[in-house]
Design a binder for this molecule. Structure first.
Ligand code: K7E
Ligand code: CUA
Length: 658
């Protein structure tokens, strides 16, 4: 009993240190002379990098320029977004469908750019939904979410969506171990050790980016936290940090902080592929959704899938290995050569760096210290390259500059620490303001980092910006890392809470064939209207379909009568413009699901159910021309059973009817 109390109190002290982070000294004078010049991008000039930043609890992803910190766009991924009409139009709603129904808002922590040969290639960026487990793919030709796949057997999809060096797979490790979906989950919570399992998912990515849940690996119940793929020599392997190897199911802040070491799980995914081919997987009944966006019909489709192939790590002895890692590891990062695996133990006073070659030798020699739920546990010393001593407090995440240096964020001591990967010597440290989580170096988790800048993403800003009530802004900070010493050059506020972010050279994305507008002749939307003459209103029972067009500066038709109370009206608005950057909007009074924003050549649908008789105005919400304010119309709603005929017009008056 005594020891238990002692254990609890040490853990509590550590945790107290972890939750209350220290404020660095000399916080006001950290920006020096030429800093402003380094972050300055003159009006009309482009930034050097795109920065894709997760929005955390906002469920969105935002796009900034580096080094200016200018915000270009917020992309709705796992959220509805009034600025884009995302999740409000009939076409986009299926993108947010899950096996639990429509989920308007989730929690996005990590962004990952697609890679070819281990280098950022600018095609797609992936994001994870933490709460209702999903992975999304955003197409960087359109800056739009193109696909979302849900993950069965999972809860809290945190170690995701990290990818392999040719974008063969994106992975997802479950944070919460749970009774698998295929079992009866109605079991006592205190049977965690017997009934709860971890699952990691391998989602195959096709040539066009299409995602498919290829297989899962079932493991003992732990909390998977973060992951990264091997690269170069370690291509074919994946590394997942996990905490709660204690298998606690209550008061985790204490009960999952007992052991001195948890694990990094090394997964030989090439071997796992062989087992899949050899038929070693078991098919299991599950239910998850797969949502895809079609750029020619401008419409999303949501399908339900019912099966998953599962490999058992305890049964197939040579796909998973546990590397002991101090203590409650969070970040799990692989250096550009693929040789070094960095585990960031939140509660550890050092940073362990493991060697891929030593891992291979240790596996060959079976230098195991035992097993964990049937998975071999390697001896710490046999896999260790070395430890970074006294790096700072609360290490979380590490990125690389491609010149042999690693940079680790320290949440508790609020700093970024630069160290040498081979000698493990600390080279430099700079304060962050405050409580830094993730960091990003352009290309910093790839084989070819671009170096130059380091961006720290901070949880707390306290006194850095003008206050805005109880909620203060979150923030990023840019450091110039081109010299020996890191130099702070800019702070900029972010949308939501930034977790992981990635950056790519601007030209790579700007010149990859970005879509400027939708060609009308290629528009395959079933309700597309390709010219004003084709605009019409069609009744089908109580459903009324308005085939409407928008063009500077009118809608066709703009007078509509013969709508009755109880009707469902679908405005299918086709924007006839064929020019970059000329969207129109559409809003109608009383619509309970917002409005539309329609890109040139696109067709988008607003469902409107009038709740009273009367005459309702509609108008364009996007300032499109000098006569934008004239871009408007009326729709008349009559009582059910009224004799007012269905009719519509543009530029002429409808015959009067009572
Ligand atoms: Cu460190 Cu959710 Cu990647 Cu944030 S996690 S900090
Ligand atoms: Cu169209 Cu304003």
């Amino acid at each position: 009993m005594k020891t238990k109390i002692f254990k609890i109190s040490t853990a509590v002290i550590l945790i107290a240190a972890f939750t209350v982070s220290c404020k660095p000294k000399n916080s006001s004078d950290a920006v020096s002379g030429d800093a402003a010049q380094k972050a300055y991008v003159a009006p009309g000039k482009y930034d050097e990098f795109y920065n894709f930043v997760s929005g955390g609890f906002s469920g969105q992803l935002s796009v900034y320029g580096l080094p200016s910190g200018r915000l270009f766009r917020v992309i709705p991924v796992f959220s509805v977004d009034p600025e884009k009409g995302w999740g409000y139009s009939e076409e986009t709603k299926p993108m947010l469908n899950t096996s639990h129904g429509f989920v308007p808002w989730d929690d996005l922590h990590h962004t990952e750019l697609s890679q070819t040969n281990g280098e950022v290639d600018g095609r797609w960026v992936f994001g994870n939904a933490n709460n209702t487990p999903r992975i999304a793919r955003i197409d960087l030709k359109t800056f739009k979410t193109a696909e979302i796949i849900e993950l069965p057997n999972s809860g809290g999809n945190h170690s995701s969506p990290f990818i392999t060096e040719n974008t063969e797979y994106v992975v997802a490790g479950t944070r919460f171990s749970v009774p698998g979906d295929y079992q009866n989950g109605d079991v006592p919570i205190n049977t965690y050790k017997e009934n709860y399992k971890g699952h990691i998912s391998f989602v195959k990515v096709g040539k066009e980016g299409e995602m498919n849940l290829a297989f899962q690996i079932v493991t003992p119940g732990v909390n998977f936290d973060l992951s990264h793929a091997g690269k170069g020599k370690s291509h074919g392997w994946f590394f997942f940090s996990c905490y709660n190897s204690e298998q606690a199911n209550t008061l985790l802040e204490v009960n999952a902080s007992q052991k001195d070491k948890d694990f990094i799980m090394a997964v030989n995914w090439k071997k796992a592929e062989e087992y899949v081919k050899a038929g070693k997987g078991k098919k299991q009944k599950v239910r998850y959704t797969h949502n895809t966006w079609n750029e020619s019909t401008h419409t999303a489709k949501s399908e339900t899938k019912t099966e998953v192939l599962v490999l058992d790590a305890a049964e197939l002895k040579d796909i998973c290995y546990m590397i002991p890692c101090p203590k409650s590891p969070h970040g799990c990062d692989i250096d550009p050569t693929g040789e070094y695996i960095v585990g960031s133990g939140k509660l550890a006073a050092l940073i362990p760096v493991f060697s891929y070659e030593k891992l291979q030798t240790a596996i060959k020699n079976k230098s195991y210290e035992g097993d964990y739920g049937g998975i071999p546990v390697l001896k710490y010393e046999t896999v260790l390259h070395g430890e970074v001593q006294k790096p700072g407090l609360g290490p979380l995440h590490t990125e690389f500059d491609g010149k042999g240096n690693a940079y680790t964020t320290m949440f508790v001591s609020s700093e970024v620490v630069k160290w040498d990967i081979s000698t493990l010597k600390v080279l430099d440290r700079v304060p962050t303001y405050y409580s830094v989580g993730h960091l990003c170096i352009p290309g910093g988790d790839s084989k070819k980092p671009f170096g130059k800048y380091l961006i720290a993403y901070n949880k707390i800003t306290k006194d850095r910006y003008l206050p805005t009530g109880p909620e203060l802004c979150q923030s990023a900070q840019i450091y110039d890392i081109s010299g020996d010493k890191m130099q702070l050059i800019l702070d900029f506020p972010t949308i939501g809470e930034p977790h992981y972010a990635q950056a790519a050279p601007a030209d790579l994305i700007r010149n990859n064939g970005q879509l400027k507008f939708y060609k009308l002749e290629d528009n395959k939307h079933p309700y597309a209207t390709k010219g004003e003459k084709e605009s019409k209103v069609v009744r089908n029972g109580n459903k009324v379909h308005v085939y409407m067009t928008s063009m500077r500066s009118h809608f066709a038709p703009d007078n509509i009568e013969g709508i009755y109370l109880g009707d469902e009206v679908y405005f299918h608005v086709t924007n006839l413009e064929q020019d970059w950057d000329v969207p129109h909007g559409f809003a109608i009074k009383g619509a309970d699901n917002g409005e539309l924003l329609i890109m040139p050549g696109e067709t988008t649908t607003l469902k409107w159910v009038p709740d009273r008789i009367g005459t309702f105005p509609f108008y364009c919400t996007d300032f499109c021309s000098a006569l934008h304010q004239e871009m408007q119309g009326y729709i008349r709603v009559s009582p059910k059973g009224s004799k007012v005929p269905l009719q519509f017009s543009l530029g002429t008056n409808l015959p009067a009817s009572k």
